[in-house]
Design a protein around this ligand. Structure first.
Ligand SMILES: Cc1cc2nc3c(=O)[nH]c(=O)nc-3n(C[C@H](O)[C@H](O)[C@H](O)COP(=O)(O)OP(=O)(O)OC[C@H]3O[C@@H](n4cnc5c(N)ncnc54)[C@H](O)[C@@H]3O)c2cc1C
Length: 338
């Protein structure tokens, strides 16, 4: 096991924050992970995957374990479907491309989401009308406490909107090592309902799209819409879209008749956080090295060498301003590591 000291995590987070880890190691399989966990120097570790959903506010006092477990394997199949077992360190988008190459359906709408497969269940990644939970079979996780191995299914994980038990009760308790997904070989359900997918397909005169066509459309939309973290440090949507009651929506509509809102469940509605930020006058607002992106109000951006502290203080100002204007609390989607 190679252990490094005083390592910069700049390359390990898409915000590009130069936080330091006092101790760092990278593990390539479950045995290496268990070995690291048993090492007293790595007690109470902080786990890192692709670093695309993290904001390091300060340097990390915990030892850092980078989960770099590879491998994509079919472990079961019938005429209609396959169960694919994926190492936690496999890049999510590489998995999407692998599935497309094999004509396995279910994750094409989730193309180009940054980060690793092992982290995808943590916030139940979602985009363009699809969520990880739609194809989830189960996962393997190692307890950080006693290094035991567990298999958790969908019920265990308690998936919700950008949420799971790993963000709540199980936070910092397990390291996910393998994720298994159930993908469809035939009779693909092609979901073109969301965003501009249909518009792009129409522009290309595609009337009977394949899963590959859908993935291409999603990639095109995402490339035009979201800033590339390699060019401009960011972590995608910084806040979750808030979910409010019907009474709250009715009250807001009195004042803002054009308020966009979508039914979430019977009594609750989702409001686009980007709209609230824009209407609070913060879209494109910049203070020094940090700001909300000019085209995507929901994306917090590191324009230069911003520190984690600067980014978090700015995000808190955004929360405060939206709270004052709309009496709505914006919760971060990104994991704030203080
Ligand atoms: C440009 C951009 C666009 C994005 N678009 C979307 C989108 O459309 N939809 C969406 O849902 N998300 C989106 N995201 C967020 C991000 O891609 C996802 O949340 C992704 O799943 C994070 O994966 P990661 O490997 O980078 O996680 P990391 O940032 O490395 O880690 C996230 C959390 O998981 C913990 N962790 C890391 N590895 C493990 C492990 N193996 N076991 C247990 N805990 C672990 C970490 O300690 C941390 O708390 C976007 C991000 C960016 C930068």
């Amino acid at each position: 096991m190679t252990v490094l000291e005083n390592v910069s995590l700049k390359e390990f987070n898409t915000f590009g924050v130069d936080a330091k880890a006092s101790l760092f190691t990278s593990v390539n399989n479950q045995l290496e992970l268990q070995k690291a966990l048993k090492d007293p120097r790595f007690k109470n570790p902080f786990l890192i995957g692709g670093g695309s959903n993290l904001l390091f506010v300060n340097s990390i006092s915990h030892p850092v374990i980078h989960i770099n477990i590879g491998g994509i394997q079919i472990i079961d199949e019938n005429d209609d479907s396959v169960i694919v077992s994926v190492g936690a360190g496999v890049k999510w988008h590489d998995l999407v491309m692998w599935a497309l190459k094999n004509n396995y359906a279910g994750i094409e709408n989730l193309a180009l989401i940054p980060g690793n497969t092992g982290t995808a269940p943590i916030q139940n990644i979602g985009a363009y009308g699809a969520e990880l939970k739609d194809v989830f079979y189960n996962l393997i996780a190692v307890s950080l406490e006693d290094y035991s191995t567990h298999i958790f299914d969908e019920n265990d994980c308690e998936f919700g909107y950008r949420d799971s038990k790993f963000k709540n009760e199980w936070m910092h308790q397990y390291a996910i090592t393998t994720v298994r997904l159930l993908l469809q070989k035939n009779n693909h359900f092609v979901n073109t309902q969301y965003g501009d997918i249909e518009k792009i397909l129409a522009q290309k005169n595609i009337s009977n799209p394949s899963i590959y066509d859908v993935a291409e459309a999603v990639m095109e939309i995402r490339k035009n819409k979201l800033p590339d973290p390699k060019v401009l440090g960011n972590s995608g949507s910084f806040f979750k879209n808030p979910i409010v009651s019907k009474e709250k929506i009715d009250a807001l509509l009195q004042e803002h008749s054009n308020l966009p809102h979508y039914e979430f469940t019977n009594e609750f509605y989702k409001i686009p956080a980007g709209w609230l930020i824009e209407k609070s006058g913060l879209k494109g607002h910049r203070e020094g090295n940090v700001g909300m992106h000019a085209q995507q109000a929901l994306v917090l951006v590191n324009y230069g060498n911003a520190t984690g502290k600067e980014l978090w203080e700015f995000a808190q100002k955004v929360q405060y301003t939206v709270q004052q204007k709309f009496d709505i609390t914006l919760d971060p989607e990104v994991n704030i590591i203080e």
